[in-house]
Design a protein around this ligand. Structure first.
Ligand code: FES
Ligand code: FES
Length: 413
């Protein structure tokens, strides 16, 4: 690679202090490029190499617009540190110009009207090509699952799915089988941490019943596992107000069944004790979903109207795990007879979901979950209609989040 390294004129010369020099093979061409250590691959491709076919939408791993091939496998360029790619082969949509499968897909996309604004199309083509090559027997459902990590704001997906089905059918008719590596799981690079041969992941013991970004239900963690010291990878705070006296709010926090019924996605799987609860939450982010199960220890301090929940859990397949801690305090609100609840949340997330665990995304999701929680607590304290049952609708929360991201796109597309 070294002999033919191409400097990108006007882009890579004049090393800036603190920048990293990266040697990559991009679309078959060895290049050396500089990047800040914090740069993600999408920015480097677009801003340093002028490969603007790779689009950036959410920059949180949700929309799939930035999908490229990294050493032949689909990867989220927005979640991939460029510095981690040194020596890797990167293929963008521009690199698929001469690719026969991509050519068939482009023709099929045209034929089936599978694009409108085209923002999602580069990532969609990269992901679809991977499907076509690996899954020659894929039916419509499999294709929809395979493309579920790529969001399109325009087409309604019908044309896209028809286009991919058409290419698969044509190739099957020509007797073309799957490429090697077809057995690997769906999902972008990093989603296969639990597979045989992969580097084992050190996981915290299984789900905080009230963890913000996570999820839900299965073989519970041992409560004793929760005694060990815990240093969260990420932390943030949430605050909400309730039009009820602090003492009433604190008393409600002591009713685990009631709180669980108010928390979107939460499910109790055992009868709660005063200091422990078994259960979890459901999470689906982009192409990856997890149903966690775990245990949490609970402590309340009536003297200070405060408490803590410390939990851990893992999804049923054991591929994603999380451990978290929530400290809460109930204070008098600004108006007499009202309460302000302060939540201090710390968590660690490992496994496939960790790639979506960027603090901004988690904060967004947690903000929406907290808003629903506050609304449901208020309803219960007011004696109004019972809140929606546990397991509420994390997909709606995600849809709200994606809608907000898409709104932000429109100014950038
Ligand atoms: Fe990377 Fe949305 S920009 S997944
Ligand atoms: Fe998919 Fe517009 S064509 S986002």
């Amino acid at each position: 690679m070294n002999a033919a390294l191409a400097e990108i004129p006007g882009r890579t010369s004049g090393r800036t202090p603190g920048n990293m020099a990266l040697a990559l093979t991009v679309n078959g061409r060895p290049v050396r490029v500089e990047a800040e250590p914090r740069s993600h691959l999408g920015d480097v491709l677009r801003e340093r190499l002028d490969l603007t076919g790779t689009h950036l939408g959410c920059e949180h791993g949700v929309c799939g617009a930035c999908t490229v091939l990294l050493d032949g496998e689909p990867a989220r360029a927005c979640l991939t540190f460029a510095g981690a790619c040194s020596g890797a082969a990167v293929t963008t949509v521009e690199g698929l110009d001469g690719d026969p499968v991509a050519a068939e897909l482009r023709a099929a996309f045209n034929r089936e009207h599978a694009l409108q604004c085209g923002y999602c199309t580069p990532g969609m083509l990269v992901a679809a090509r991977d499907l076509v090559l690996r899954l020659p027997e894929a039916d419509e459902r499999r294709i929809r699952v395979g493309l579920s990590g790529n969001l399109c704001r325009c087409t309604g997906y019908a044309g896209i799915v028809r286009a991919v089905m058409g290419v698969i059918a044509e190739r099957r008719a020509r007797g073309i089988g799957p490429e090697s590596g077809a057995e690997r799981a769906l999902g972008p690079v990093g989603a296969r941490l639990g597979e045989a041969g992969a580097t084992p992941v050190t996981r915290p013991t299984p789900v905080p019943a009230t963890a913000p970004a996570a999820a839900t239900v299965a073989a519970p963690a041992r409560v004793t596992d929760l005694d060990a010291a815990f240093t969260p990878t990420h932390s943030f705070t949430q605050t909400f107000d309730l039009a009820h006296p602090p003492e009433a709010v604190f008393a409600l926090f002591g009713d685990i069944d009631a709180v669980a019924a108010c928390l979107p996605g939460a499910v109790l799987t055992g009868r709660p004790a005063p200091d422990a609860v078994e259960g979890g939450l459901q999470v689906r982010i982009g192409p990856i979903g997890a149903t966690f199960r775990g245990r949490a220890r609970i402590a309340h301090d009536p003297a200070t109207l405060s408490g803590a929940v410390r939990g851990a859990g893992a999804d049923a397949g054991g591929r994603s795990a999380t451990e978290g801690q929530i400290r809460y305090r109930v204070e008098p609100g600004e108006a007499p007879g009202t309460a302000r609840v302060l939540l201090d949340v710390g968590y660690t997330l490992t496994g496939p979901l960790a790639q979506f665990g960027r603090p901004g995304l988690v904060r967004d999701l947690a903000g929406r979950i907290t808003a629903d929680l506050a609304r449901n607590l208020d309803a219960r304290l007011s004696g109004a209609a019972a809140p929606a049952p546990a397991g509420l609708n994390p997909l709606r929360l995600l849809a709200d989040l994606v809608r907000a991201r898409l709104a932000a796109w429109r100014g950038r597309a």
